[in-house]
Design a protein. Structure first.
Length: 528
């Protein structure tokens, strides 16, 4: 039933940041790696489906996760057209009232990679774009799935503390005070009362509902699925119809749903963002195109981001190691917590990318891929399923507490309506060495300047850093510069080690690549 991983998915191919599909450019303009080998409709396959519907998104995620990841990547890199629903309309009347909910978004874009495509071919960082008067520097999306899982587990632990405090208060007949701690990070305290109410005035760094929201600079969104659907709409004018989020946000009968990537959406505990349309025949932006982003595409995008590579580490030496020690001295790691552990990993693969001057053909980086799945033998299903192992995983060099902090007026941002955003999520530092300029608004020109820009809750740490001798400050910066992103199509790996000392070093196919398809047993369904 299963063939060996010998299809083109497992073969390295050059890929650019933004790509048309083969039907848009015609055979005369086709070049290897220069186009997507499926139309948008072909990527939809047989729709969202289920475990027993061949070609559906759920079928591929359960049986052939590499193919789902591949389709998610293609969707991320795809250049959309007007015929597919691309457009600036963000409200039904196309008025684009900029004083209401930032309706213009970050500016019309025709591809996810248009904002998140650096380094080349990656789900990386982007340019400084207008989204409010103080602008926004598009963040990278490396390790996004790990970030979602950390935040979800932290939420569960914080709410378990709240539940225990309420149980104690009811049992004892008096108020119960509990410290809110999760993964070694303190979020203030709560006071639970016998009547079932909870005093949250001393909760710190998270909303009173204790939901850790890991996405957007102000910690405004819970999940990657909401993030992707919102970005399709706000940045590209593409409307996704998602039955999962539509069911969860049904105003009359909200229902719990679990996405194919394993996130449990429970409307009894959280509020989620409703998709722009909830019917495949609805044309919410009046552009004549319906079902612009099919639910199957949302499934593939979510699964792709869940399993996307985490950042790597470049060359280190005694100076950079001392730089990390000096970060501890300056109390930087009080908020930028280096390592956090996930108890139940929902990914099916991991990639560790490190400095390797011998095997690293390009950028001196080499990636080692490993599986994190189990094959469940057929039982009631007609075929084996590839499922996450669900084991613990230490997220190394993450450098964030996923709390919101006020870093002082130099970081505050203005909205179009004149209001001010004053609290921001602690930016994870992994990848920071290759994401200049810095700050959510992209106004800081280098790492030292953005550190010295800190104030507010980080004033003490900023002053400690500023008081270091100049050589010590440089060591801190040098350490941060070892936390890097990388182009997956130019990074040699255990999946495709490339050709060392190639006679044609400018040929990107010689550099090696990271292609998760080679990790899996892939059924013979034809090349993507």
């Amino acid at each position: 039933m299963f063939a060996t991983a010998a299809l083109s998915l497992a073969v390295a191919s050059a890929s650019q940041a933004q790509l048309p599909d083969y039907s848009q450019i015609g055979p005369a303009n086709s070049v290897p790696g220069g186009q997507i080998n499926k139309t948008l409709q072909e990527s939809v396959g047989t729709g969202h489906g289920d475990e027993v519907t061949p070609g559906s998104a759920v079928y591929l995620i359960k049986r052939d996760p590499a193919r789902s990841i591949r389709r998610g990547r293609q969707l991320f890199q795809r250049k959309f057209t007007l015929r597919q629903g691309l457009g600036p309309r963000v409200s039904p009347d196309s008025s684009g009232d900029i004083f209401m909910n930032r309706q213009f978004g970050a500016g019309i874009m025709d591809s996810c990679a248009g904002c998140h495509g650096r380094p080349r071919g990656s789900a990386g960082a982007g340019g400084d774009v207008v989204t409010r008067p103080d602008s926004r520097d598009a963040p990278h999306l490396f390790g996004l799935g790990l970030q979602e899982m950390l935040a979800d587990e932290m939420t569960t632990e914080l709410r378990a503390t709240r539940a225990a405090a309420l149980a104690e208060a009811r049992q004892q007949g008096r108020s119960a005070t509990r410290e809110l701690r999760t993964k070694g990070i303190r979020f203030g305290r709560i006071v639970a009362r016998p009547n079932g109410s909870v005093d949250t005035l001393q909760v710190d760094g998270v909303n009173a509902d204790l939901r850790v929201r890991p996405f957007f600079a102000n910690g405004g969104t819970v999940t990657m699925r909401e993030f992707a659907i919102g970005a399709f709409k706000a940045e590209m004018g593409l409307e996704a119809n998602d039955a999962i989020l539509c069911a969860v946000t049904d105003p009359n009968n909200p229902q719990t749903r679990t996405s194919p990537a394993g996130f449990v959406f429970d409307p009894s505990k959280d509020l989620y963002e409703r998709p722009p349309v909830c019917d495949v025949d609805e044309d919410g932006d009046n552009d004549g195109v319906r079902n612009e982003i099919d639910m199957a595409l949302v499934d593939h995008m979510e699964f792709y981001l869940l399993n996307y590579f985490k950042p790597g580490t470049a060359s280190a030496d005694s100076r950079t190691r001392s730089g990390l020690a000096l970060m501890n001295v300056a109390l930087c790691t009080t908020c930028h917590v280096q390592n956090l552990t996930i108890q139940k990993d929902r990914r099916v693969a991991d990639v560790e990318t490190v400095h390797d001057p011998v095997r690293g053909i390009f950028n001196r980086l080499f990636a080692t891929a490993s599986t994190r799945f189990v094959v469940q033998p057929p039982d009631s299903q007609p075929f084996p399923q590839i499922l996450p192992q669900g084991q613990s995983f230490t997220v190394a060099n993450f450098f964030s507490d996923l709390k919101r902090h006020d870093l002082g007026p130099t970081f505050h941002e203005r909205e179009y309506d004149g209001s001010m955003v004053t609290e921001f999520l602690t930016e994870p530092l992994w990848g920071v060495g290759t994401t200049a300029p810095y700050g959510h608004d992209g106004r800081s020109i280098n790492l030292e300047e953005v550190i010295l820009r800190h104030g507010g809750e980080a004033q003490t740490s900023r002053n400690l850093f500023a008081a270091l001798p100049s050589d010590y400050r440089r060591r801190v910066v040098e350490y941060l510069q070892t936390l890097v992103l990388f182009p997956p199509d130019d990074t040699a790996s255990t999946l495709n080690p490339g050709v060392p000392d190639s006679a044609t070093p400018q040929d990107p196919t010689q550099h090696g690549s990271i292609n998760l398809g080679a990790l899996f047993q892939i059924p013979s369904e034809g090349a993507e």
